[in-house]
Design a protein around this ligand. Structure first.
Ligand SMILES: [Zn+2]
Ligand SMILES: [Zn+2]
Ligand SMILES: [Zn+2]
Length: 406
Protein backbone atom coordinates (compact mmCIF):
# COMPACT_ATOMS: atom_id res chain seq x y z
CA UNK A 1 0.00 0.00 0.00
CA UNK A 2 2.99 2.37 0.17
CA UNK A 3 2.80 5.38 -2.13
CA UNK A 4 5.33 5.27 -4.99
CA UNK A 5 4.27 8.30 -7.02
CA UNK A 6 1.55 10.91 -7.18
CA UNK A 7 1.02 12.60 -10.51
CA UNK A 8 -1.50 14.91 -12.15
CA UNK A 9 -2.43 14.06 -15.73
CA UNK A 10 -0.72 16.13 -18.45
CA UNK A 11 -4.03 16.02 -20.31
CA UNK A 12 -7.26 14.30 -19.41
CA UNK A 13 -10.90 14.21 -20.41
CA UNK A 14 -14.20 12.92 -19.15
CA UNK A 15 -15.31 9.64 -20.78
CA UNK A 16 -17.09 10.73 -23.99
CA UNK A 17 -19.02 7.45 -24.13
CA UNK A 18 -20.61 7.68 -20.69
CA UNK A 19 -23.88 9.55 -21.14
CA UNK A 20 -23.88 11.37 -17.78
CA UNK A 21 -20.17 11.83 -17.07
CA UNK A 22 -19.73 15.22 -18.76
CA UNK A 23 -22.15 16.79 -16.30
CA UNK A 24 -21.07 14.79 -13.24
CA UNK A 25 -17.34 15.44 -13.40
CA UNK A 26 -15.23 18.58 -13.77
CA UNK A 27 -13.80 18.62 -17.29
CA UNK A 28 -10.56 20.16 -15.98
CA UNK A 29 -9.66 18.12 -12.88
CA UNK A 30 -12.17 15.25 -13.27
CA UNK A 31 -13.40 15.62 -9.66
CA UNK A 32 -17.01 14.71 -9.01
CA UNK A 33 -18.99 17.96 -8.89
CA UNK A 34 -21.37 18.62 -6.03
CA UNK A 35 -22.38 22.07 -7.33
CA UNK A 36 -21.19 22.20 -10.96
CA UNK A 37 -20.39 25.48 -12.71
CA UNK A 38 -21.30 25.55 -16.39
CA UNK A 39 -19.02 26.59 -19.24
CA UNK A 40 -19.58 30.29 -20.12
CA UNK A 41 -20.59 29.33 -23.67
CA UNK A 42 -21.97 25.80 -23.80
CA UNK A 43 -23.92 23.21 -21.85
CA UNK A 44 -21.64 20.31 -22.75
CA UNK A 45 -19.14 20.43 -19.90
CA UNK A 46 -19.02 21.56 -16.27
CA UNK A 47 -16.34 22.69 -13.82
CA UNK A 48 -16.08 22.05 -10.08
CA UNK A 49 -15.10 25.59 -9.05
CA UNK A 50 -14.11 29.03 -10.37
CA UNK A 51 -10.43 28.18 -10.48
CA UNK A 52 -10.94 25.06 -12.63
CA UNK A 53 -13.27 27.04 -14.87
CA UNK A 54 -10.79 29.80 -15.57
CA UNK A 55 -7.83 27.39 -15.96
CA UNK A 56 -9.79 24.95 -18.10
CA UNK A 57 -11.17 27.71 -20.28
CA UNK A 58 -7.80 29.35 -20.82
CA UNK A 59 -5.78 26.17 -21.32
CA UNK A 60 -8.01 24.27 -23.75
CA UNK A 61 -11.77 24.56 -23.51
CA UNK A 62 -12.01 27.92 -25.24
CA UNK A 63 -10.46 26.29 -28.33
CA UNK A 64 -12.58 23.14 -28.25
CA UNK A 65 -15.92 24.56 -27.04
CA UNK A 66 -17.49 25.16 -30.51
CA UNK A 67 -16.64 21.62 -31.68
CA UNK A 68 -16.95 19.71 -28.39
CA UNK A 69 -20.15 17.82 -29.41
CA UNK A 70 -18.40 16.60 -32.57
CA UNK A 71 -15.29 15.57 -30.62
CA UNK A 72 -17.49 13.66 -28.22
CA UNK A 73 -19.34 11.94 -31.00
CA UNK A 74 -16.10 10.53 -32.36
CA UNK A 75 -15.88 8.35 -29.22
CA UNK A 76 -12.17 7.46 -29.23
CA UNK A 77 -9.76 9.29 -26.95
CA UNK A 78 -9.37 12.21 -29.30
CA UNK A 79 -10.19 14.90 -26.75
CA UNK A 80 -6.90 14.27 -24.93
CA UNK A 81 -4.96 14.77 -28.19
CA UNK A 82 -6.98 17.90 -28.97
CA UNK A 83 -6.18 19.28 -25.53
CA UNK A 84 -2.45 18.57 -25.84
CA UNK A 85 -2.35 20.49 -29.11
CA UNK A 86 -4.67 23.28 -27.97
CA UNK A 87 -2.36 23.78 -24.97
CA UNK A 88 0.21 25.58 -27.17
CA UNK A 89 -0.16 28.03 -30.01
CA UNK A 90 0.85 27.05 -33.53
CA UNK A 91 4.00 29.17 -33.30
CA UNK A 92 4.94 27.58 -29.99
CA UNK A 93 4.49 24.08 -31.46
CA UNK A 94 6.69 25.02 -34.42
CA UNK A 95 9.42 26.44 -32.18
CA UNK A 96 9.36 23.37 -29.90
CA UNK A 97 9.38 20.84 -32.71
CA UNK A 98 12.37 22.59 -34.33
CA UNK A 99 14.14 22.52 -30.98
CA UNK A 100 13.28 18.84 -30.40
CA UNK A 101 14.77 17.81 -33.75
CA UNK A 102 18.26 17.81 -32.24
CA UNK A 103 17.08 15.42 -29.52
CA UNK A 104 15.77 12.76 -31.93
CA UNK A 105 18.98 10.73 -31.55
CA UNK A 106 19.40 10.73 -27.75
CA UNK A 107 18.14 7.86 -25.58
CA UNK A 108 14.36 7.65 -24.95
CA UNK A 109 14.77 8.25 -21.22
CA UNK A 110 16.92 11.35 -21.78
CA UNK A 111 14.26 12.63 -24.17
CA UNK A 112 11.60 12.37 -21.50
CA UNK A 113 13.55 13.54 -18.44
CA UNK A 114 14.58 17.16 -17.91
CA UNK A 115 18.21 18.24 -17.79
CA UNK A 116 18.45 17.62 -14.05
CA UNK A 117 17.06 14.07 -14.59
CA UNK A 118 13.76 15.01 -13.03
CA UNK A 119 10.50 13.84 -14.53
CA UNK A 120 8.33 16.92 -15.08
CA UNK A 121 4.65 15.97 -15.30
CA UNK A 122 3.80 19.21 -17.10
CA UNK A 123 6.59 19.22 -19.70
CA UNK A 124 5.53 19.39 -23.34
CA UNK A 125 8.90 17.96 -24.38
CA UNK A 126 8.25 14.87 -22.24
CA UNK A 127 4.79 14.23 -23.65
CA UNK A 128 6.16 14.79 -27.17
CA UNK A 129 8.81 12.12 -26.68
CA UNK A 130 6.63 9.46 -24.99
CA UNK A 131 6.76 6.12 -26.81
CA UNK A 132 4.29 6.11 -29.71
CA UNK A 133 5.17 2.68 -31.16
CA UNK A 134 4.97 4.04 -34.67
CA UNK A 135 7.42 1.40 -35.89
CA UNK A 136 5.34 -1.50 -34.61
CA UNK A 137 1.90 -0.14 -35.50
CA UNK A 138 0.49 -2.01 -38.48
CA UNK A 139 -0.82 -0.36 -41.62
CA UNK A 140 -4.50 -0.56 -40.66
CA UNK A 141 -3.68 1.14 -37.34
CA UNK A 142 -1.83 3.91 -39.17
CA UNK A 143 -4.62 4.41 -41.68
CA UNK A 144 -7.26 4.59 -38.95
CA UNK A 145 -5.03 7.04 -37.08
CA UNK A 146 -4.61 9.20 -40.19
CA UNK A 147 -8.37 9.33 -40.70
CA UNK A 148 -8.78 10.45 -37.11
CA UNK A 149 -6.00 13.03 -37.44
CA UNK A 150 -7.61 14.38 -40.59
CA UNK A 151 -11.00 14.81 -38.91
CA UNK A 152 -9.46 16.35 -35.79
CA UNK A 153 -7.52 18.87 -37.87
CA UNK A 154 -10.69 19.80 -39.75
CA UNK A 155 -12.53 20.26 -36.44
CA UNK A 156 -9.71 22.46 -35.19
CA UNK A 157 -10.04 24.65 -38.29
CA UNK A 158 -13.81 24.67 -37.92
CA UNK A 159 -13.62 25.80 -34.29
CA UNK A 160 -12.24 29.14 -35.56
CA UNK A 161 -10.39 29.43 -32.27
CA UNK A 162 -7.01 27.86 -32.94
CA UNK A 163 -5.58 29.10 -36.21
CA UNK A 164 -6.33 32.74 -35.49
CA UNK A 165 -4.22 35.89 -35.34
CA UNK A 166 -0.95 34.12 -35.30
CA UNK A 167 0.33 36.42 -38.01
CA UNK A 168 -0.91 39.93 -38.71
CA UNK A 169 -2.83 39.64 -41.94
CA UNK A 170 -4.19 36.10 -42.14
CA UNK A 171 -6.33 34.13 -39.80
CA UNK A 172 -6.79 31.09 -41.96
CA UNK A 173 -4.29 28.24 -41.85
CA UNK A 174 -2.33 27.53 -45.02
CA UNK A 175 -1.47 24.08 -46.37
CA UNK A 176 1.73 23.88 -44.41
CA UNK A 177 -0.02 24.67 -41.10
CA UNK A 178 -2.66 22.03 -41.75
CA UNK A 179 -0.09 19.36 -42.56
CA UNK A 180 2.00 20.29 -39.52
CA UNK A 181 -0.95 20.08 -37.11
CA UNK A 182 -2.25 16.94 -38.88
CA UNK A 183 1.04 15.13 -38.29
CA UNK A 184 1.14 16.30 -34.66
CA UNK A 185 -2.32 14.77 -34.29
CA UNK A 186 -1.04 11.47 -35.69
CA UNK A 187 1.82 11.54 -33.22
CA UNK A 188 -0.33 12.29 -30.18
CA UNK A 189 -3.20 9.98 -31.15
CA UNK A 190 -0.66 7.12 -31.28
CA UNK A 191 0.99 8.25 -28.02
CA UNK A 192 -2.39 8.30 -26.32
CA UNK A 193 -3.48 4.90 -27.59
CA UNK A 194 -0.37 3.34 -26.00
CA UNK A 195 0.03 5.41 -22.84
CA UNK A 196 -3.31 6.76 -21.69
CA UNK A 197 -4.85 5.39 -18.52
CA UNK A 198 -8.54 4.82 -18.06
CA UNK A 199 -9.57 6.80 -14.99
CA UNK A 200 -11.89 4.84 -12.76
CA UNK A 201 -13.84 5.73 -9.65
CA UNK A 202 -14.11 2.83 -7.23
CA UNK A 203 -17.21 2.41 -5.11
CA UNK A 204 -16.70 0.39 -1.93
CA UNK A 205 -19.55 -0.34 0.45
CA UNK A 206 -18.42 -0.09 4.02
CA UNK A 207 -20.59 -2.99 5.18
CA UNK A 208 -20.04 -5.25 2.18
CA UNK A 209 -16.49 -4.69 1.06
CA UNK A 210 -16.66 -7.66 -1.26
CA UNK A 211 -19.02 -5.69 -3.50
CA UNK A 212 -16.56 -3.36 -5.15
CA UNK A 213 -17.85 -1.63 -8.25
CA UNK A 214 -16.19 0.69 -10.73
CA UNK A 215 -17.36 3.66 -12.71
CA UNK A 216 -15.50 4.96 -15.72
CA UNK A 217 -14.75 8.66 -15.27
CA UNK A 218 -12.47 9.37 -18.20
CA UNK A 219 -8.90 8.96 -19.34
CA UNK A 220 -5.63 10.75 -18.84
CA UNK A 221 -2.05 10.79 -19.99
CA UNK A 222 0.67 10.74 -17.31
CA UNK A 223 4.36 11.34 -18.00
CA UNK A 224 5.85 9.34 -15.10
CA UNK A 225 2.89 6.96 -15.29
CA UNK A 226 3.84 6.16 -18.89
CA UNK A 227 7.31 5.03 -17.83
CA UNK A 228 6.04 2.00 -15.91
CA UNK A 229 6.37 -1.24 -17.84
CA UNK A 230 3.78 -3.96 -17.79
CA UNK A 231 3.73 -7.13 -15.74
CA UNK A 232 0.90 -9.64 -15.37
CA UNK A 233 2.12 -9.89 -11.75
CA UNK A 234 2.47 -6.15 -11.10
CA UNK A 235 4.17 -4.61 -8.12
CA UNK A 236 2.16 -1.37 -8.29
CA UNK A 237 -1.39 -0.26 -8.90
CA UNK A 238 -2.89 3.10 -9.69
CA UNK A 239 -5.77 4.79 -7.87
CA UNK A 240 -7.41 8.01 -8.97
CA UNK A 241 -8.54 11.14 -7.20
CA UNK A 242 -9.99 13.17 -10.05
CA UNK A 243 -7.21 13.20 -12.65
CA UNK A 244 -4.53 12.75 -9.99
CA UNK A 245 -3.09 9.25 -10.16
CA UNK A 246 -1.62 7.67 -7.05
CA UNK A 247 0.68 4.70 -7.65
CA UNK A 248 0.82 2.34 -4.69
CA UNK A 249 2.89 -0.80 -4.10
CA UNK A 250 0.72 -3.90 -4.37
CA UNK A 251 3.41 -6.22 -3.01
CA UNK A 252 6.92 -6.14 -1.57
CA UNK A 253 9.33 -4.52 -4.04
CA UNK A 254 12.97 -5.59 -3.55
CA UNK A 255 15.52 -2.78 -3.84
CA UNK A 256 16.82 -2.28 -7.38
CA UNK A 257 13.97 -4.08 -9.11
CA UNK A 258 11.68 -2.51 -11.68
CA UNK A 259 8.27 -1.24 -10.59
CA UNK A 260 5.62 -2.57 -12.99
CA UNK A 261 1.92 -1.93 -13.39
CA UNK A 262 -0.62 -4.12 -15.17
CA UNK A 263 -1.93 -2.78 -18.50
CA UNK A 264 -4.65 -5.37 -19.04
CA UNK A 265 -5.41 -8.45 -16.91
CA UNK A 266 -3.68 -9.60 -13.76
CA UNK A 267 -2.60 -13.23 -14.11
CA UNK A 268 -4.93 -14.29 -11.31
CA UNK A 269 -7.86 -12.81 -13.20
CA UNK A 270 -6.86 -14.26 -16.58
CA UNK A 271 -4.77 -17.37 -15.78
CA UNK A 272 -4.38 -18.30 -19.46
CA UNK A 273 -1.02 -16.90 -20.56
CA UNK A 274 -1.85 -17.21 -24.27
CA UNK A 275 -4.97 -15.06 -23.87
CA UNK A 276 -3.10 -12.44 -21.83
CA UNK A 277 -0.30 -12.28 -24.37
CA UNK A 278 -2.74 -12.02 -27.27
CA UNK A 279 -4.65 -9.15 -25.62
CA UNK A 280 -1.44 -7.30 -24.80
CA UNK A 281 -0.06 -7.78 -28.27
CA UNK A 282 -3.26 -6.54 -29.86
CA UNK A 283 -3.38 -3.39 -27.75
CA UNK A 284 0.31 -2.63 -27.17
CA UNK A 285 2.27 -4.58 -29.82
CA UNK A 286 4.61 -6.49 -27.50
CA UNK A 287 4.94 -10.04 -26.25
CA UNK A 288 4.86 -10.20 -22.47
CA UNK A 289 7.89 -11.75 -20.82
CA UNK A 290 6.92 -10.95 -17.23
CA UNK A 291 7.62 -13.41 -14.43
CA UNK A 292 4.04 -14.70 -14.55
CA UNK A 293 4.29 -15.33 -18.29
CA UNK A 294 7.68 -16.99 -17.96
CA UNK A 295 6.17 -19.18 -15.17
CA UNK A 296 8.58 -17.97 -12.56
CA UNK A 297 5.87 -16.93 -10.14
CA UNK A 298 6.43 -18.68 -6.86
CA UNK A 299 3.16 -17.57 -5.27
CA UNK A 300 0.43 -20.08 -5.94
CA UNK A 301 -2.56 -18.92 -7.86
CA UNK A 302 -5.04 -19.39 -5.00
CA UNK A 303 -2.79 -17.62 -2.46
CA UNK A 304 -2.45 -14.62 -4.69
CA UNK A 305 -6.16 -14.48 -5.43
CA UNK A 306 -6.88 -14.37 -1.70
CA UNK A 307 -4.28 -11.68 -1.08
CA UNK A 308 -5.57 -9.67 -4.03
CA UNK A 309 -9.13 -9.68 -2.74
CA UNK A 310 -7.80 -8.54 0.62
CA UNK A 311 -6.57 -5.36 -1.01
CA UNK A 312 -10.05 -4.59 -2.33
CA UNK A 313 -8.56 -2.90 -5.33
CA UNK A 314 -10.15 -2.63 -8.74
CA UNK A 315 -8.70 -4.47 -11.67
CA UNK A 316 -6.50 -1.99 -13.44
CA UNK A 317 -7.63 -1.82 -16.99
CA UNK A 318 -7.07 0.32 -19.96
CA UNK A 319 -9.75 0.35 -22.54
CA UNK A 320 -8.49 -1.39 -25.60
CA UNK A 321 -9.99 -1.45 -29.04
CA UNK A 322 -12.81 -3.92 -29.48
CA UNK A 323 -11.90 -5.95 -32.50
CA UNK A 324 -14.61 -8.20 -33.75
CA UNK A 325 -13.26 -10.45 -36.39
CA UNK A 326 -15.80 -12.28 -38.36
CA UNK A 327 -14.14 -15.24 -40.02
CA UNK A 328 -17.05 -15.72 -42.38
CA UNK A 329 -16.33 -12.44 -44.12
CA UNK A 330 -14.64 -13.14 -47.39
CA UNK A 331 -11.84 -10.96 -48.70
CA UNK A 332 -14.05 -10.11 -51.69
CA UNK A 333 -16.83 -8.72 -49.54
CA UNK A 334 -14.31 -6.70 -47.51
CA UNK A 335 -12.78 -5.31 -50.68
CA UNK A 336 -16.21 -4.36 -51.95
CA UNK A 337 -17.01 -2.63 -48.69
CA UNK A 338 -13.72 -0.77 -48.78
CA UNK A 339 -14.31 0.37 -52.36
CA UNK A 340 -17.69 1.71 -51.32
CA UNK A 341 -16.22 3.55 -48.33
CA UNK A 342 -13.47 5.02 -50.49
CA UNK A 343 -16.04 6.29 -52.98
CA UNK A 344 -17.96 7.94 -50.16
CA UNK A 345 -14.78 9.34 -48.66
CA UNK A 346 -13.75 10.78 -52.02
CA UNK A 347 -16.72 13.12 -51.77
CA UNK A 348 -15.20 14.57 -48.63
CA UNK A 349 -11.93 15.26 -50.41
CA UNK A 350 -13.78 16.81 -53.33
CA UNK A 351 -15.83 19.12 -51.14
CA UNK A 352 -12.86 20.12 -48.94
CA UNK A 353 -12.12 23.29 -50.86
CA UNK A 354 -15.73 24.46 -50.79
CA UNK A 355 -16.33 27.31 -48.30
CA UNK A 356 -19.47 25.59 -46.97
CA UNK A 357 -17.57 22.36 -46.12
CA UNK A 358 -18.60 21.05 -42.70
CA UNK A 359 -16.80 18.03 -41.28
CA UNK A 360 -19.73 17.45 -38.89
CA UNK A 361 -21.64 15.86 -41.79
CA UNK A 362 -18.85 13.33 -42.25
CA UNK A 363 -18.49 12.08 -38.68
CA UNK A 364 -20.65 8.97 -39.17
CA UNK A 365 -18.69 8.04 -42.26
CA UNK A 366 -15.46 8.51 -40.34
CA UNK A 367 -16.63 6.19 -37.57
CA UNK A 368 -17.76 3.68 -40.18
CA UNK A 369 -14.35 3.84 -41.81
CA UNK A 370 -12.42 3.44 -38.54
CA UNK A 371 -14.59 0.51 -37.48
CA UNK A 372 -14.01 -1.02 -40.88
CA UNK A 373 -10.23 -0.85 -40.46
CA UNK A 374 -10.58 -2.38 -37.01
CA UNK A 375 -12.27 -5.40 -38.58
CA UNK A 376 -9.77 -5.58 -41.38
CA UNK A 377 -7.18 -8.10 -40.34
CA UNK A 378 -4.78 -7.60 -43.22
CA UNK A 379 -5.15 -4.78 -45.68
CA UNK A 380 -4.53 -6.11 -49.20
CA UNK A 381 -1.79 -4.18 -50.95
CA UNK A 382 -3.70 -2.74 -53.95
CA UNK A 383 -6.24 -1.34 -51.50
CA UNK A 384 -3.48 0.29 -49.47
CA UNK A 385 -2.33 2.13 -52.53
CA UNK A 386 -5.83 3.42 -53.25
CA UNK A 387 -6.25 4.60 -49.69
CA UNK A 388 -2.83 6.22 -49.77
CA UNK A 389 -3.79 8.12 -52.91
CA UNK A 390 -6.83 9.50 -51.15
CA UNK A 391 -4.79 10.57 -48.15
CA UNK A 392 -2.29 12.22 -50.40
CA UNK A 393 -5.13 14.25 -51.80
CA UNK A 394 -6.41 15.05 -48.33
CA UNK A 395 -3.04 16.10 -46.99
CA UNK A 396 -2.01 17.73 -50.26
CA UNK A 397 0.50 15.10 -51.29
CA UNK A 398 2.84 15.35 -48.35
CA UNK A 399 3.04 15.38 -44.58
CA UNK A 400 1.03 12.80 -42.74
CA UNK A 401 0.81 10.46 -45.72
CA UNK A 402 4.41 9.66 -45.04
CA UNK A 403 3.26 7.19 -42.40
CA UNK A 404 0.62 5.65 -44.61
CA UNK A 405 3.14 5.26 -47.42
CA UNK A 406 5.55 3.49 -45.12
ZN1 LIG B 1 -12.19 20.89 -11.13
ZN1 LIG C 1 -17.97 25.14 -23.56
ZN1 LIG D 1 2.90 -11.29 -18.55
Amino acid sequence: GEVIAVETAYASCVDPEEPNSPLDFCTFCLARCAAPLPCPECTNVVFCNEECRSNGWRKFHMKECPVYPQLRKLKFRNIEAYRIIAGQSLDEHRAFVTKFKKDEKISPLEQILCEDEICDSYSYRSVYFLENNIKSTDIKGLIACSIRAFVMTQLMIQSNRYFVNYTEDKNEPDEEDIIFIGSLFIRFLLTISFNSYQIIETHVRVKEVSLVSEESVGSGIYIAGSLFNHSCFPSAMIFFYGNVGVFRASRFIPSGTQVCVCYTEHYSIEPDRAIRRRNLHKAYSFICKCEACLSKCRISFSDWKTSLSAYKVPKLKIKSKRVSRNDNESTESLELELKLLITKFSFITLSLSSPSFDITNCLDLTLEMIEFFDRFVVVPDPMCIQVTTIFQEIFHQKGSCYFVNK
